[in-house]
Design a protein around this ligand. Structure first.
Ligand SMILES: *[C@@H]1O[C@H](CO)[C@@H](O)[C@H](O)[C@H]1NC(C)=O
Ligand SMILES: *[C@@H]1O[C@H](CO)[C@@H](O)[C@H](O)[C@H]1NC(C)=O
Ligand SMILES: *[C@@H]1O[C@H](CO)[C@@H](O)[C@H](O)[C@H]1NC(C)=O
Ligand SMILES: *[C@@H]1O[C@H](CO)[C@@H](O)[C@H](O)[C@H]1NC(C)=O
Ligand SMILES: *[C@@H]1O[C@H](CO)[C@@H](O)[C@H](O)[C@H]1NC(C)=O
Length: 470
């Protein structure tokens, strides 16, 4: 952990130093007769301060190896950007009150969820791999954990509005490429449904699971395949078609992989990773990178069954801006890349195989304006998060014109977008916490569920009885 007090002292001295340094020039210009001793004293001061910063840098970086930032500097344009200090001085924006009983009854309409207790092969066994609860699809684990601990949970299925089926399907990592293999997802889910429908009456009672909830956090949601054409050909499994799917995949047009009741959720980024990135940053850091992207960028993307990775958008970005002095584009993964996002003004979020990207969440959490390049993408929690106010959307066909588009934004409304982005409501809604916090991603899911209580078997019974009685 970085010692906060060391950092604060560093900041204080730096301010003094800048002040003195400024005076130094001023004095020289104004008065060339300053005494020898005064100059001598300033040199000593300068050396001492340099030594101080050097050692405090060493201390900080030995505390945390990933602190060392790449030395590349990209000068940003003359526009005055909101420095990170403004944005990140208050980490507590990510830590809000936990979900209270009062808010459950008033805001969530007294929502109650029963969580099936499945054999561990469907969920907990996968957690033996640490990555399972941390990678970009890990909302399936995070939502389960958060619900287990929350007051929304009921142990009595007879009073439940909805039934949560906790099956983790994204943690079967391929030993060859490290990506999750999804081949087992359908049989595993099918067997879980078999299990719950034979043991308890609630699946059958709701006409095949219409008040049952699944998480499908991969590229094409409940189609369980990373390639769109295969995903579409396979479709959503028959047994899930009547249920409610919490999914990261969403587009604004008809698509077979979202042709089911669904709640759009953000990809998973661990709140701890964001917190520790914020902690290791210098307090008054500037956004010295103008446009940032790091990730897979094929120079010659292969035509895989008629499709090109990222519809070639990333290739065009690379070809057009790879030598542009204001673009910081890197093709290789680097563990400390969150610190680069925190140093950036614009963060490109182009489509990959699927339109959505974890970069979107990281950009918002770290105050970098997300530039979404994915035609037709539908974004999560749009009733809470005002996406047009905090992000930019660039059409795939316009990607070659990115530099001009972003220059225009910088000259007009960049400051407005950055200020909007600073609103903690947006950042909170993107984070899945272990314990549900008011307004966080799991809370948003619950809020969305409270809007579709008509699907609940129990509520419909209560309502029809109520109608009958009156
Ligand atoms: C940080 O933000 C929280 C809520 O947004 C607020 O209650 C708290 O006073 C703030 N702390 C500081 C030091 O500004
Ligand atoms: C993991 O995935 C592979 C490849 O799809 C599959 O053969 C294997 O059965 C899966 N493992 C489990 C435990 O489901
Ligand atoms: C639910 O329906 C299936 C198929 O119709 C049946 O096999 C199963 O026994 C039923 N479950 C219960 C608990 O009655
Ligand atoms: C990509 O491959 C498909 C067949 O898989 C072919 O029909 C199509 O013409 C190819 N497209 C290009 C641009 O090479
Ligand atoms: C900022 O300007 C761009 C056009 O340059 C526009 O597309 C976007 O909606 C504006 N955003 C805000 C929040 O004003």
């Amino acid at each position: 952990m970085v010692d906060r007090s060391t950092k604060n002292r560093g900041f204080y001295c730096r301010m003094k130093f800048l002040h003195k340094h400024g005076r130094h020039h001023y004095d020289n210009n104004k008065n060339n007769n300053s005494s020898f001793y005064y100059r001598y004293f300033k040199w000593i001061l300068w050396v001492c301060l340099s030594l101080y910063f050097f050692t405090s840098y060493l201390i900080t970086s030995s505390h945390n190896k990933t602190t060392s930032l790449p030395t590349t500097k990209i000068s940003s344009s003359k526009t005055n950007f909101i420095s990170r200090a403004l944005f990140e001085s208050n980490n507590s924006v990510l830590q809000q009150p936990i979900l209270t009983k009062a808010s459950i009854s008033s805001e969530l309409k007294n929502l109650k969820i029963y969580i099936y207790d499945l054999p561990s092969k469907y969920n907990k066994d996968w957690l033996s791999n640490k990555r399972c609860s941390n990678h970009l699809f890990a909302s399936e684990v995070a939502i389960h954990k958060a619900l287990m601990e929350s007051d929304v949970r009921t142990l009595d299925p007879l009073e439940a509005d909805f039934f949560f089926v906790p099956v983790y399907v994204s943690c079967n990592f391929s030993t060859i490429n490290g990506f999750p293999a999804l081949g087992h997802a359908r049989p595993l889910l099918s067997s879980a449904v078999q299990f719950i429908s034979s043991q308890m009456p609630f699946w059958n009672r709701s006409n095949g699971g219409s008040d049952h909830i699944f998480v499908a956090s991969h590229d094409y949601g409940a189609c369980f395949h990373a390639m769109e054409d295969v995903a579409i050909a396979d479709g959503i499994p028959e047994f899930m078609k009547k249920s409610i799917i919490l999914q990261t995949f969403g587009v604004e047009f008809l698509h077979p992989c979202q042709n089911v009741e669904n709640v759009l959720i953000p990809p998973y980024i661990s709140p701890e990773s964001i917190r520790s990135t914020l902690e290791m940053l210098p307090v008054n850091g500037k956004r010295d990178i103008w446009v940032f992207f790091r990730g897979k960028m094929e120079v010659h993307p292969k035509n895989v069954s008629g499709r090109f990775y990222s519809k070639k958008v990333r290739t065009v970005i690379w070809d057009t801006f790879n030598r542009h002095k204001k673009f910081y584009l890197k093709r290789h993964r680097f563990d400390g890349y969150q610190t680069e996002i925190a140093r950036s003004t614009f963060c490109l979020c182009p489509l990959g195989w699927a339109p959505w990207s974890p970069r979107l969440v990281e950009s918002i959490a770290l105050g970098c304006v997300p530039v979404i390049i994915a035609d037709g993408i539908r974004l999560s929690f749009s009733s809470t998060v005002r996406w047009p106010d905090i992000s930019l959307r660039v059409a795939e066909k316009d990607v070659g014109d990115l530099a001009n588009i972003l220059e225009h934004v910088a000259a007009t409304n960049l400051t407005t977008i950055q200020t909007n982005l600073w609103n903690p409501v947006n950042r909170r809604a993107m984070m899945f916490n272990n314990q549900i916090q008011h307004g966080d991603a799991t809370w948003q899911v619950l809020h969305s569920l409270s809007q579709i209580l008509h699907r609940s078997y129990r509520r419909s019974k209560i309502n029809s009885q109520f109608n009958f009685d009156t």
